[in-house]
Design a protein around this ligand. Structure first.
Ligand code: BEZ
Length: 251
């Protein structure tokens, strides 16, 4: 999926994305000093955390804006512009790591992405990742479907949120043994009174392009009104995230 990232807003208002990455990074079993590719590294915050844990890291991302923010913040880390579904590395690495990226990739492109990951790893190398799993943002999506429909438009969920049963065979088919898999709910606090609206504006630019200008705000306001009793507690908005977390080993 092509998406224009606003690196400044992303870093300021959506820093939870990399903070939550620590849990999945804890699944890495490779020794300090091992080489780690952070696939879809974004602004590099998590790549930097991995380096602080003692790994030799590099980051790859398809967004020039996020990469230039990453290079500015961490000039001594190697960041490479590249597409997760079509990349190769000069030397294979010990670990490929990825957080909150794969749901952006269309289902039909995952076999190509998994083949690139497999080629990028040494035999026995670890593939550790987390992304949105089945049920992710289900309340938000349902409210948007209704709000779009009231305006006479159809909301199309642009994301791939698989179950373990759907995704583990895809990983295995790319030459991995799945060693760990978990699908779990993680309601995720959103920043500020307008947290839900800002989340929608930041991440759902694609579906909103179909709407004429005045309808956009109406849809967001309607979704907020519908979701407030479910996703807002004491003035704090939460996104109804569900995470699919896995560790697999290259055979
Ligand atoms: C997620 O991390 O689950 C996510 C982020 C943006 C849009 C949809 C899902």
């Amino acid at each position: 999926m092509n998406m224009q990232w606003d690196a400044e807003t992303y870093g300021r208002d959506f820093s939870f994305v990399h903070r939550y990455g620590d849990g999945v990074a804890a699944l890495i079993g490779a020794a300090p000093g091992s080489t780690v590719l952070d696939l879809g590294c974004g602004n590099g915050a998590l790549t930097h955390r991995l380096r602080q844990s003692g790994f030799q890291v590099m980051g790859l991302d398809a967004s020039p804006d996020l990469l230039s923010a990453a290079r500015k913040s961490y000039p001594d880390i190697e960041f490479v512009l590249g597409d997760a579904v079509d990349f190769s590395l000069p030397e294979p690495v010990d670990v490929v790591f990825s957080n909150a990226v794969f749901h952006w990739i269309e289902k039909k492109c995952h076999p190509a992405m998994l083949a690139c990951v497999s080629r990028a790893l040494k035999p026995g190398g670890e593939f550790v990742f987390e992304f949105g799993g089945r049920g992710n943002t289900a309340w938000i999506e349902a409210a948007l479907e209704r709000a779009f429909s009231r305006e006479g438009y159809r909301y199309q969920n642009p994301f791939f949120f698989p179950t373990i049963g759907e995704y583990a065979p895809m990983v295995e088919a790319a030459g991995f043994r799945v060693e760990y898999a978990q699908l779990f709910a993680r309601p995720t606090p959103l920043q500020g009174e307008d947290g839900l609206g800002n989340w929608i504006r930041m991440f759902l630019k694609g579906p909103f392009e179909a709407l004429p200008g005045p309808a956009r705000q109406a849809v967001i306001r309607r979704a907020e009104a519908e979701l407030r009793p479910v996703l807002c507690r004491d003035g704090q908005w939460y996104a109804d995230y569900v995470r699919l977390r896995m560790k697999a080993r290259k055979l």
